[in-house]
Design a protein around this ligand. Structure first.
Ligand code: ADP
Ligand code: 5GP
Length: 208
């Protein structure tokens, strides 16, 4: 069976990663990985759906068990992608989407060179600020920290495979879905078996 493909979406906080990924999931057969974090839940976040919210000790134990595909410290909190679940889905032929920060994304690319990195950009920094303020989930200090980081983060866009601007939401969702569909049509190692089966049919005389 063909394995699933691993897609990664990153971008500055407030760009719309979560919003876009949820909509993409409605349009395509793809599993969104739920990360583990030491960050406290925000109002409205659901355990096991938004994140697995854990203590520092629980996070350290998972790390000791080699339980993460990747992990990083972001804005003073730890975040990690549970390894077993992602590998299980990929091995079952399901695509997986990770919504993770830049350090994590670059580590995933090292470990899985076939993974596809997508950078989501806001249409402008003014709009980014508006969105993060309108979301109303961060303190003023956290917003300042996140906006400050976003300028530094932008320079990493060149290490990504795709860059999509989230201006009109549906356009961004369509663009991410198009990347996923197009990547499935790429000539990859797995295609060799199919071509060999065609060659066998020809040699076997089926087509003559
Ligand atoms: P991120 O996951 O990148 O931190 P969110 O998905 O939480 O960002 O989005 C931040 C805020 O911006 C949310 O309030 C969301 O509803 C809003 N948002 C997302 N995409 C758009 C868009 N294309 N146009 C306007 N607002 C958007
Ligand atoms: P937030 O606290 O806003 O939910 O997320 C903060 C940052 O952490 C975002 O850039 C988000 O993509 C990133 N993040 C969420 N989960 C993970 C993860 O498992 N690994 C890494 N490296 N980053 C993550």
């Amino acid at each position: 069976m063909q394995k699933g493909m691993l897609f990664v979406v990153s971008g500055p906080s407030g760009t719309g990663k979560g919003t876009v990924c949820k909509r993409v999931k409605k349009e395509l057969e793809i599993s969104i990985s739920v990360s583990m974090t030491t960050r406290k839940p925000r109002a409205g976040e659901i355990e096991g759906e938004s994140y697995y919210f854990v203590t520092h000790d629980e996070f350290r134990n998972a790390l000791k068990r080699n339980g993460f595909l990747e992990y990083a410290q972001v804005y003073g909190n730890y975040y990690g992608t549970p390894k077993a679940k992602v590998l299980e889905k990929l091995n079952a032929g399901m695509d997986v989407l990770l919504e993770i920060d830049i350090q994590g994304a670059l580590n995933v690319k090292k470990a899985f060179p076939d993974s596809i990195l997508i950078f989501l950009l806001p249409p402008s920094l003014e709009e980014l600020e508006k969105r993060i303020v309108a979301r109303g989930t961060e303190t003023e200090e956290a917003i300042r920290l996140r906006l400050g980081e976003s300028l530094r983060e932008l320079s990493y866009v060149y290490q990504y495979d795709y860059c999509i601007i989230n201006d009109e939401l549906q356009d961004a969702v369509d663009a991410v879905a198009s990347v996923i569909r197009a990547e499935h049509a790429r000539v990859r190692k797995g295609i060799r078996e199919l071509i060999q089966s065609y060659e066998k049919s020809i040699k076997g005389g089926f087509l003559l």
